[in-house]
Write a protein that binds this ligand. Structure first.
Ligand SMILES: [Zn+2]
Length: 265
């Protein structure tokens, strides 16, 4: 009963105004941010944290991506979640559990491929995804998640398998959740969009496009506290410099990922 390793999946690059990352700081400055779902290999099956950008947009960009095309800086067939999983010999049918950090379009684009999986989402996020407040509806593309999938709606923290548990981190969206992964000698806190950049940790600032700024700050503090208490570390996958620090799949992080101790599967 243990976590065997963790893989960072390269699912493209978005570009946005820096104020998306750091609330009210950096107007007019464009930054490139990676999209990085995370695969966790455990004795109890594979767990996938988020499903990335919808690859069908490569063929039908106007219909699938629509106005979001302006955010997509780089996305090729290589960045398809299925191709990324294949790099480690895994297919969507092998994924036992999917955890959606939230229902924004760059985290749910591949949801429909996981019709064999149990998909965990907070009930509050599920509700909001279908009926978002008008100021936030642009971030939700209903047809990405509106499929007859095995959604398991949860309210609060939840243990997915031994060593992998969901913890709520609301603020960016009403039902945002993060994933805590107990590697061999490290507690990896996968922040999702509760933390957009390392700069947000240093300056204690929430994501720019927060649904609730105060709760965003609380979640930022909560996640840092979980990491600190467990002698762990926060992983900020949208950080513009993420790929300077970490290696994409097929590299497998078996323990302290910060030390780039990796082995190929
Ligand atoms: Zn995102």
């Amino acid at each position: 009963m243990a976590v065997n390793g963790m893989y960072f999946l390269d699912c493209g690059v978005l570009t946005c105004d820096k104020t998306f990352i750091t609330y009210k700081q950096g107007f007019g400055e464009l930054v490139d941010i990676p999209v990085v779902p995370v695969l966790i290999d455990t004795d109890d099956g594979y767990v996938l944290f988020d499903t990335g950008v919808d690859p069908a947009g490569l063929i039908l960009p106007d219909e699938v991506w629509g106005v979001k095309q302006s955010f997509i800086k780089q996305f090729t067939e290589e960045n398809d979640i299925r191709v990324q999983l294949k790099k480690v010999g895994v297919s969507p049918q092998d994924i036992k559990y999917v955890v959606n950090s939230h229902f924004h379009w760059d985290h749910t684009g591949g949801n429909r491929f996981f019709d064999h999986s149990t998909i965990f989402v907070q009930k509050s996020e599920f509700r909001f995804g279908y009926y978002p407040d008008s100021a936030f509806e642009g971030s939700y593309i209903k047809r990405y998640f509106d499929h007859p999938l095995n959604y398991k709606l949860i309210e609060g923290d939840y243990e997915v398998v031994k060593g992998v548990y969901i913890t709520t981190s609301t603020g960016h969206t009403p039902g945002h959740q993060s994933l805590v992964v107990h590697l061999q000698n490290e507690c990896a806190v996968l922040a999702g969009d509760a933390v957009y950049g390392k700069e947000c940790i240093e300056k204690n600032i929430p994501p720019g496009n927060s649904w609730d700024l105060s709760r965003g700050i609380e979640s930022l503090n909560k996640l840092q506290h979980i990491a600190k208490r467990n002698n762990g570390h926060l992983y900020v996958t949208h950080d513009p410099n993420f790929w300077k620090e970490y290696k994409p799949a097929p590299f497998c992080y078996k323990q302290n990922a910060r030390l780039i101790e990796h082995t190929e599967k």
